[in-house]
Design a binder for this molecule. Structure first.
Ligand code: PMV
Length: 335
């Protein structure tokens, strides 16, 4: 394939004629948010969001995005978020419309996109993963494409890398893939249950990030020598997480996730200009977690490209963890 871009990759999977399927239009689809235990950090292809390393996440059950597409009454495109219509030049709205444009082959109907995010703002979680996953599922339904989930996951990846993992529940692996068109870079669920695993969402700040993950990744790959060790760290951590999940070894799961997150942040800090997403309260929370662990409560943390922490602990330790972090939002990923 010459000149590989999103358009050309998607076009391979579309029928010649595309039009909305009437009876699918009223149904909303849901996709959960996810937290990576082995992070995706660094792209080998910026256009297609192809990663330098494979990653592994756990989905956040009922927390995520619900999206419905319909033919708009106004004839133009409309994007609604949590009941509010967004301005056409809004950054999120234009990303959504650009994504839909990949599919509609110039068809002349306007589309109304309605998205509801139930991720509490107070949790300080990004919604792009669940947002693009739900949008991909909604497009598939709206046009009656019935594409295989692997293809849908690869398409969601083009909206936001971590969205590839948000098509599934529970533990999910996103394999990096090697193909130039990226169609082997998709996620799949790992068959595993872990009913007493808990995730605690701790908000340090919900303000917009100073540097978004796309620019942050590029800066790290381009300027941090330390980044050279990241693919090796990620590959080793992925193996450890497979082992931890197979054996239900919580210590191995938590230690691996925490070390993986700190290693990723080390590569960010070693970038130039430096990228430090932590706030003083993030560091204070880390010390509290280490203290809790030293006093016998097994709790670990992970962090994405922002100041907020996500805790990992077992249901039996909930009271002790909550005592330290009373405002934490609790998620039961396998409930
Ligand atoms: O999918 P993006 O472009 O928002 O990048 C996500 C990057 C991290 O959240 C830091 C790691 C991950 O694997 O989710």
């Amino acid at each position: 394939m010459l000149n590989i871009n999103k358009q050309s990759v998607v076009a391979e999977y579309l029928p010649q004629q595309i039009s909305p399927v009437k009876d699918s239009m009223e149904q909303a689809v849901f996709a959960p948010s996810n937290i990576a235990l082995c992070k995706y950090w660094g792209k080998r292809d910026a256009e297609l969001n192809l990663p330098i390393n494979s990653s592994l996440s756990v989905s956040l059950a009922h927390l995520g995005s619900k999206t419905r597409l319909s033919v708009s009454a106004s004839g133009g495109d409309e994007v609604w978020l949590n009941g509010q219509q967004l301005a056409v030049d809004d950054r999120f709205a234009s990303k959504v419309i650009d994504f839909i444009d990949l599919f509609r082959r110039g068809a002349d109907h306007g589309i109304k996109v309605e998205t509801e995010n139930n991720i509490p703002t107070a949790a300080g979680l990004a919604s792009s993963a669940s947002g693009f996953a739900a949008l991909t599922l909604a497009v598939d339904q709206f046009y009656g494409l019935h594409l295989p989930t692997q293809v849908l996951s690869a398409f969601a990846r083009m909206g936001s890398g971590s969205a590839s993992r948000s098509l599934f529940e529970g533990f999910v692996e996103w394999q990096m893939g090697l193909r130039e068109d990226g169609m082997d870079s998709f996620a799949f669920p790992l068959q595993s249950q872990w009913s007493d695993l808990r995730i605690g969402l701790i908000k340090v700040s919900t303000g917009p990030k100073a540097v978004d993950s796309r620019s942050g990744m590029n800066r790290t790959v381009d300027t941090a020598h330390l980044y050279q060790s990241w693919p090796l760290q990620a590959a080793a951590d992925l193996e450890k997480l497979h082992q931890a999940i197979a054996d239900k070894n919580f210590t191995l799961l938590g230690e691996t996730a925490e070390q993986n997150a700190l290693s990723m942040h080390a590569t960010m800090i070693a970038s130039w200009p430096p990228l430090l997403y932590w706030q003083p309260d993030s560091v204070a929370a880390m010390h509290s977690i280490w203290q809790l662990r030293a006093s016998g409560t097994e709790v670990y943390f992970t962090m994405d490209a922002g100041p907020n922490l996500k805790l990992l602990y077992s249901a039996a330790d909930e009271a002790a963890v909550k005592q330290q972090f009373p405002a934490m939002e609790v998620v039961c990923p396998f409930a």
